[in-house]
Design a protein around this ligand. Structure first.
Ligand code: ATR
Length: 272
């Protein structure tokens, strides 16, 4: 049986095994998918041990190991190179592993699945950490008109803009966000994890159509509530992105494209 795993620390709450088993069932695969809590000093060894098993096909990687997974990968996708972070490793025929970052394609797939048109839109991305870096290229590749990056520490947003050097990408100062006329605002900051707001003025949300929080919880996040309270039409959380990034990894490993919407609904109903 093909073997998969997700590495993290902590890892107890990971939904990846449940999601991948649902994909396996719907695509006729039989898989083993385990959670592995690697010790902080022993991540690389744990990955090597995993891939030493002949039936090990691939693994996911989550906090705090995504940067180290990137450093381990013999080759990595363009998205992973921009992010300097890998959430998916796949065994290469010639030995070693290839690294991918499927977070961004997951985000774009979830936005599309929610009938949100990206082509020609002005999208404002809040945050400039690893989570933001992971989604910049797929958003630009989805045909948006302009991607603004807005971060509490502006120099980090500017660094991403300088690195990618795309005329549709620009750095937006926090105090300029309300005048930027974003149609879609995506929160990638770690603020939601501590029930805090990302520091954007409420005026930025008044004419915004979609507020997307990469975080998710049983109840709408503080950012989603803030967006709706201030006039934004629609607020979504990141559970769909979680499922879609997993689906992209599943496709890399198996060549099969699992259906995702029923998985999102099931995971939301039964596991959040
Ligand atoms: P991740 O990999 O989740 O992106 P990270 O690389 O540590 O984590 O980045 C965290 C991001 O959340 C950063 O953009 C950070 O802003 P700074 O660069 O100014 O630190 C942002 N962030 C975290 N807490 C925040 C808060 N309370 N308000 C606004 N931004 C916050």
């Amino acid at each position: 049986m093909k073997k998969f795993a997700v590495f993290g620390n902590p890892i107890t709450h990971s939904l990846s095994p449940v999601i991948h088993q649902m994909f396996a069932k719907s695509t006729g695969e039989e898989i083993l998918y385990e959670k592995i809590q690697a010790p902080l000093e022993g991540f690389e060894q744990a990955v090597m041990d995993f891939f030493a098993q002949p039936n090990a096909v691939g693994c996911n990687v989550t906090m705090p190991f995504k940067t180290r997974a990137y450093e381990m990968a013999g080759q990595s996708s363009p998205e992973a190179q921009v992010a300097k972070a890998v959430n998916t490793l796949a065994r290469m025929h010639e030995g070693g592993f290839q690294g991918f970052n499927t977070d961004g394609v997951g985000l774009v797939a979830d936005l599309k699945a929610n009938n949100i048109v990206l082509e020609g839109r002005r999208v404002l991305l809040l945050g400039a950490g690893g989570a933001a870096r992971g989604v910049v290229l797929p958003l630009l590749n989805a045909g948006i008109a302009k991607l603004g990056i807005c971060n509490r520490t502006q120099s980090k947003a500017q660094a991403i803009v300088d690195e990618i050097a795309c005329e549709r990408l620009e750095c937006v100062a926090l105090e300029a966000a309300s005048d930027w006329q974003a149609e879609i605002i995506i929160n990638s900051t770690a603020a939601s994890l501590s029930n805090a707001l990302p520091g954007i003025d409420s005026a930025a949300l008044v004419r915004c159509e979609v507020a997307y929080d990469m975080a998710y919880a049983k109840e709408p996040t503080v950012f989603m509530r803030y967006a709706l309270d201030n006039g934004c039409d629609l607020a979504l959380d990141g559970l769909g992105m979680l499922v879609e990034q997993a689906a992209a990894a599943f496709t890399i490993w198996t060549g099969k494209t699992p259906a995702t919407r029923e998985v999102v609904n099931k995971v939301r109903a039964e596991y959040t």
